[in-house]
Write a protein that binds this ligand. Structure first.
Ligand SMILES: NC(=O)c1ccc[n+]([C@@H]2O[C@H](COP(=O)([O-])OP(=O)(O)OC[C@H]3O[C@@H](n4cnc5c(N)ncnc54)[C@H](O)[C@@H]3O)[C@@H](O)[C@H]2O)c1
Length: 360
C-alpha cells in the first residue's frame, strides 16, 4: 500500500510492436462484435480470415477491412504474414485447428473454453510448449474493470487476507445467439461461468474443493444446466460462492461481485451482463478499515466488449516479444479447466471434488 488511496490502472499493457500478423479462424458472432473491434482499437494488424462458411468470412472481411479471405485453414497457415492464429470456433473444433497451426509454426490464441474435454486441452498445451510456441486463451474478463481493479486492490494489500468472494449473476440469456451451445449436455459452467472461475482463480488462487449444483428452469428445452450454484473451499478458510441463473423472467436482473478481506471490502457490478453484448461499464467500490464508511468509487468507460478483448491478444504478443508466458497462457488455463471439470464431476456425483482429481 503505497498511498492513502488505491492506485488503479485499467489500461491493458500493449506489446512493443503492433505489426504481429493475425490470421483469424472463424467469422462468427464474437469475432465480429468483439475481436475485430478490439483489434482495430488497439491498432493490431489482422492480415487474413477463414471460415468454413466462406460467405461469412467475406462479409466479415469487408466490414472490418481484413485484406485476405482464404478458402481453407491450410491456405491461411501457408501465409507467411500470419504469425498468430486467432481461433474462434466451436470448442470441439479448437484442438484440430490448434494442432495444425502449431505444426505450421504459428502462435495461437484460442477462444474459451479451450476444449470440451480436459485431455484434449492438455494435449494442445503440451504440443505448443514442445514446439516453443506461445499460446493464450481468451479469458478476457481478467481485463475488465471489475477484475483488474480488484486484483490491483488485492496485490496492493488493500483487502488484507481474503475471507470471502462472490459473483452473482441473474440474467436473461438469449441462447439463440449460440444454438450449438444450447443443444449440448454441458452449458453454463463450460461456456459462461468459466469466466468467473478464471477470474476468481486469478484473484484467489486454486480452490481446494468445489461443490456445485446444476439445474435449469422448469420446462426449459435443453438437457444442460442453465442455473448453477458453486461453493469453493480453501484450506486457508477463504470461501467463494458463484451463483448464476440465465433464466430470469422478470426485470429485476443483477450481476454483482463482492470480495471481502480482513482489511477491506470490494463490491460492484459486471456491466456486460445487464445488456449482452452491448453492456455498460462495470462499477467498482471499495472500503478500507482505515477509512470506515468512506467508499472509494472507480468509474471508467472501459467495456468488457470490445475493450477487454485487447487484453489476451496484447498479452500473447508481449509473450512472443519477451519470451515469458501470456497472463492467460495455455498452461494457466488448464487450471481453470480443472475447476470447470471438477464442478461437473461435483454436479454428477453430488459431492465436493478437488480440482486436482481432474487429470489428462
Ligand atoms: N470470450 C468470450 O467472451 C466469448 C463470447 C462469445 C463466444 N465465445 C466463444 O467463441 C467461439 C465462437 O463463438 P461465436 O459466438 O462466434 O459462434 P458462432 O456460431 O457465431 O460462430 C462460429 C463460427 O465458426 C465457424 N467455424 C466452425 N467450425 C469451423 C472450422 N472447423 N473451420 C473454420 N470455421 C469454423 C462457423 O462457420 C461460424 O462462422 C466459441 O468457442 C464460444 O465459446 C467466447
Amino acid at each position: 500500500m503505497s498511498s492513502a488511496h488505491p492506485d488503479l490502472d485499467f489500461k491493458p499493457e500493449m506489446p512493443q510492436r503492433l505489426d504481429h500478423g493475425i490470421g483469424i479462424v472463424g467469422a462468427g458472432g464474437v469475432v465480429n462484435y468483439a475481436h475485430l473491434p478490439a483489434y482495430t482499437q488497439a491498432g493490431f494488424k489482422v492480415v487474413a480470415i477463414t471460415d468454413k462458411d466462406r460467405t461469412r468470412a467475406e462479409k466479415t472481411a469487408a466490414e472490418h477491412k481484413v485484406p485476405a479471405v482464404y478458402d481453407s485453414l491450410e491456405e491461411l497457415l501457408a501465409d507467411p504474414e500470419v504469425e498468430i492464429v486467432d481461433i474462434a470456433v466451436y470448442p470441439w473444433e479448437t484442438l484440430n485447428i490448434g494442432e495444425q497451426a502449431v505444426r505450421a509454426g504459428k502462435h495461437i490464441l484460442c477462444q474459451k473454453p479451450l476444449s470440451d474435454e480436459y485431455s484434449k486441452a492438455a494435449r494442445l498445451v503440451a504440443m505448443a510448449r514442445e514446439a516453443g510456441l506461445k499460446m493464450a486463451v481468451n479469458q478476457q474478463m481478467r481485463w475488465t474493470v471489475a477484475i483488474r481493479g480488484s486484483r490491483q486492490l488485492l496485490t496492493q494489500g488493500w483487502l488484507g487476507t481474503p475471507t470471502y468472494g462472490t459473483i452473482q449473476v441473474h440474467c436473461q440469456t438469449n441462447w439463440s445467439m449460440w444454438p450449438w451451445m444450447y443443444a449440448r449436455k454441458r452449458l453454463e459452467v463450460l461456456n459462461h461461468s468459466i469466466h468467473y472461475i478464471d477470474s476468481l482463480r486469478y484473484l484467489f488462487g486454486e480452490p481446494d474443493r468445489v461443490f456445485t449444483s446444476g439445474s435449469r428452469m422448469p420446462g426449459e428445452p435443453t438437457e444442460a444446466e442453465t442455473r448453477t450454484l458453486s461453493i469453493w473451499e480453501y484450506d486457508s478458510g477463504l470461501q467463494v460462492l458463484i451463483d448464476v441463473n440465465h433464466g430470469v423472467w422478470q426485470d429485476d436482473r443483477y450481476a454483482t461481485f463482492r470480495f471481502e478481506g480482513t482489511e477491506g471490502i470490494i463490491k460492484g457490478t459486471i456491466g456486460l451482463m445487464y445488456n449482452y453484448p452491448a453492456g455498460r461499464p462495470d462499477t467498482l467500490e471499495f472500503m478500507s478499515k482505515k477509512s470506515m464508511g468512506y467508499w472509494f468509487s472507480a468509474r471508467n468507460d472501459y467495456l468488457w466488449i470490445p475493450d477487454a478483448f485487447m487484453g489476451p491478444m496484447g498479452s500473447l504478443m508481449r509473450a512472443i516479444e519477451d519470451g515469458f508466458e501470456a497472463l492467460t497462457s495455455g498452461s494457466d488455463n488448464l487450471k481453470t479447466l480443472q475447476v470447470v471439470f471438477a464442478e461437473y464431476r461435483s454436479i454428477e456425483e453430488r459431492r465436493a471434488v478437488s480440482p486436482r482429481e481432474v487429470v489428462a
